[in-house]
Design a protein around this ligand. Structure first.
Ligand code: 3H9
Length: 709
């Protein structure tokens, strides 16, 4: 700790109980100063004769938020957290943990090393290390199963889910729940009670929940089988199962040593680096430059224009956040369909038992519909989700300008159109912003906040505040065709289409992309989304397409036959009656062959590796352009967009993080090689070239941003 800095761990004697308060805002992460402070506190407790018990509490909102994630990948600094936990457990005076707010990861491991645990109603316990590519590495894999059994321990460690005080009590993770919100008071009361009873030192390492060997082994075997099926491509889940096996097979100390080995393997894996990058990146995107100094406008009610899939999904997202919604449609029939689209979502929840009929009724009571724009006179925000055409959007904004009160935020959910033009067409361009939701809008986490030139900073701040209320992951984007995500998607889809025309089958491309870690390949995705939407866009853009640029027509050939994917029973794949996953279609292969012939292309073989490299190179190159042109603030904004809107495998951190992992010189060399055959499509991004010349990587720009002239 720096001289004069606030101590991270404060000791205070309350009669015969030493209260040890961890004070390391914002979440009391267990950084090196906290670890040192905890060890010192335990030494004090051991040496001061009048101390009969130790109480651990967290200052602020949380108990302990876990190991300090920023330390991963840095040289380790003593004392290590497992040693701190062992020291707590070895204390000859009882240690009590009073848990409020988060007790996560290493934070819960500290609590488990204590001899007794009391939780307040606000407590949120969990072992979320798996979400960072890790395993609980401070004794968690050894103590948790001994305390609650292998099944419950594995469930917590493999899911990473947070549980509340009640569930923790049922599982036996805590000993009691105390009312109130003062952990120190609750902890002191419990500690006094324990002292009065002469309660024994109760060490978790000696707990006996693993005693029934056969049952425990069965739970481990089941988890191993489940993990092999579900945790596709992930490294740490299997290691977690190995560690719990060690808890069953080995004495505690040897189990700890095994846990350490497995933890270090996870720590050193690129997956850990990717997942930690994702963790910090999605927190960074929530902070936009406009937020400095600008206060969000209050939002108490929202209008949604359009009740189709998108409008209804947006309405559900708003209703879920507790906001009243007024939906506008052009006639009564469309409005009824809009309401039905909204109600369908809640009906599904009722059927699944995830919502009561009363709760459904209460939510829908906040929905109202109208065919007259005047119904929007009092709303604070309007989001339009009408047909994707400039003239249609402009007509909507003309209406909004007429009816909305001054200061109302006017948002468009367009995915491609020029929002500067939409804004310029109104008399209040400072109120106009893009809120690009992803379908299904109530479920998908990504919200691109598209910032036109004339928008007021407090409108941008309002959009970010709305994202927070909707529990979305916001990314700030500039105005261009497709913003961040769809603009990059268009380019890597073209790269895939070119490979398809040059000789790779769509089935091989999908397989290779899935093997990279995507849940689904680009052509499976096209079939799922429906080919007609992309076809309509392509037809609209045909007039402005560069005639010299190569244009692969295979998808058009399928659409001309009415093969739009799953909904029509065939697309790139065949979907026999009721099938949700497709089978390869020889007729599609024949169409592709005919297209190759028409274009005069002699097909060649592609390795899976080449497919992935070209696909990723196209994505990374356009990502670099998007950053260079200020459409995305930093490379990490591209990463978060692709992770949350386009299913990029999270454990790789995002395309820009992946590029850093591979090395930018290699990515640039690939692009230059591809450019020899097609210099129009494969133009190295100036930013990529610059970074390679400087020996820098994308991550260097995450801290500094790009200097724009
Ligand atoms: C572990 O424990 C390994 C051990 O088993 C073994 C070790 C040997 N470290 O999320 P928020 C920052 S692995 C450092 O916006 P919320 C965060 O970046 C760890 N920083 O707040 C943000 O910073 P900024 C296991 C952390 O209220 C600020 O705190 N633990 C950490 O929405 C506020 O965060 C976890 O995985 C950290 N551990 O949610 C828990 N945590 O303001 C991870 C947060 O500069 N954390 N920060 O952007 C969380 O899940 C949430 O942060 C929490 C609060 C629920 C605690």
């Amino acid at each position: 700790m720096n001289a004069g800095a606030t101590p991270r761990v404060v000791r205070e004697l309350h009669d015969d109980i030493l209260v040890v308060t961890i004070n390391n805002p914002p979440v009391n992460a267990l950084g090196v100063d906290v670890r040192r402070g905890l060890l010192e506190a335990l030494e004090t407790a051991a040496t001061l004769a009048q101390v009969r018990a130790v109480l651990l509490v967290g200052a602020g909102r949380d108990f302990l938020g876990g190991a300090d994630i920023r330390e991963f990948g840095q040289p380790p600094q003593a004392p290590a957290l497992p040693d701190v936990c062992n020291r707590i457990e070895a204390s000859t005076k009882p240690v009590i943990a009073a848990i409020h707010g988060a007790a996560l990861g290493g934070g819960l491991e500290v609590a488990l090393a204590a001899h007794y645990r009391v939780a307040l109603p606000s407590a949120k316990l969990g072992l979320p290390e798996v979400l960072l590519g890790l395993l609980p590495g401070a004794g968690g894999t050894q103590r948790t199963p001994r305390l609650v059994g292998a099944r419950a321990a594995l469930d917590l460690m493999l899911s990473g889910r947070h549980i509340g005080a009640k569930e923790a009590l049922t599982l036996g993770l805590v000993d009691r729940i105390a009312e109130g919100d003062e952990p120190q008071d609750a902890g002191l009361a419990y500690a006094r009670e324990l002292l009065a009873q002469g309660a024994p030192l109760r060490r978790t390492c000696e707990a006996t929940a693993l005693a029934d060997r056969a049952a425990q082994q069965a739970a481990i075997d089941a988890a191993r089988a489940e993990t092999a099926k579900k945790a596709r491509g992930l490294f740490s889940p299997a290691k977690i199962v190995d560690a719990v096996q060690a808890a069953l097979d080995l004495p505690f100390d040897e189990g700890l040593a095994r846990e350490r080995e497995l933890f270090v393997e996870c720590l050193d894996s690129p997956q850990r680096a990717g997942l930690v990058h994702a963790f910090f990146a999605e927190r960074a995107t929530a902070k936009s430059p406009e937020l400095r100094g600008a206060r969000p406008r209050p939002i108490h009610s929202v209008g949604v224009i359009g009740g189709g899939t998108m409008g209804a999904g947006i309405a559900v997202a708003l209703l879920d956040a507790g906001l009243p919604v007024t939906m506008i449609e052009r006639d009564e029939a469309a409005l009824a369909r809009g309401r039905a689209n909204v109600a369908k979502v809640y009906d599904g929840l009722v059927v699944k038992g995830r919502m009561t009929a009363d709760a459904r009724a209460a939510v829908l009571a906040r929905w109202q519909g109208s065919t007259a724009y005047d119904a929007l006179a009092e709303v604070d925000l309007v989001i339009e989700a009408v047909f994707e055409e400039m003239a249609v959007k402009q007509a909507v904004f003309a209406q909004l300008e007429r009816v909305c009160k001054p200061g109302a935020v006017l948002a468009t959910n367009t995915s491609y159109l020029d929002i500067d033009r939409i804004a310029a067409g109104t008399a209040r361009p400072a109120d106009v912003i893009g809120l690009h939701f992803f379908s299904p809008a109530n479920l998908m986490k990504l919200l691109e906040i598209v910032v036109p030139a004339q928008v007021a900073p407090d409108v941008v701040a309002t959009a970010f505040e709305l994202a927070r209320r909707l529990r979305k992951t916001p990314v700030r984007a500039g105005v261009c065709d497709g913003f961040i995500g769809n603009r990059i998607l268009a380019v890597y889809r073209q790269a895939a289409d070119r490979m398809m025309e040059d000789g790779a089958s769509p089935y091989q491309i999908d397989r290779a992309i899935r093997a990279f870690g995507y849940p689904i390949g680009p052509y499976e995705m096209a079939d799922l989304a429906g080919g007609d939407i992309g076809w309509a866009t392509r037809k609209r853009k045909a007039a402005t397409r560069d005639p010299a640029a190569r244009y692969v027509q295979i998808a058009d050939r399928l659409c001309e036959r009415g093969w739009f994917g799953q909904k029509t029973g065939r697309g790139f794949y065949l979907y026999p009656e009721g099938a949700r996953s497709g089978t390869p279609d020889p007729e599609v292969e024949a169409i592709i062959a005919a297209e190759r012939q028409r274009a005069g292309i002699a097909p060649r073989a592609f390795s899976d590796d080449e497919i992935v490299r070209r696909y990723l190179a196209a994505m990374i190159n356009e990502g670099a352009n998007v950053v260079d042109q200020g459409i995305a603030l930093r490379p990490l904004d591209v990463d978060v967009t692709l992770l949350h809107g386009y299913a990029f495998p999270r454990y790789r951190g995002g395309p820009m993080k992946y590029a850093d992992t591979v090395g930018l010189p290699q990515v640039l060399a690939d692009i230059r090689r591809y450019a020899e055959e097609d210099p129009v499509f494969w133009r190295p991004s100036p930013l990529l070239v610059r970074l390679v010349e400087e020996g820098a990587d994308f991550d260097s720009l995450n801290k500094t941003g790009v200097a724009h002239a």
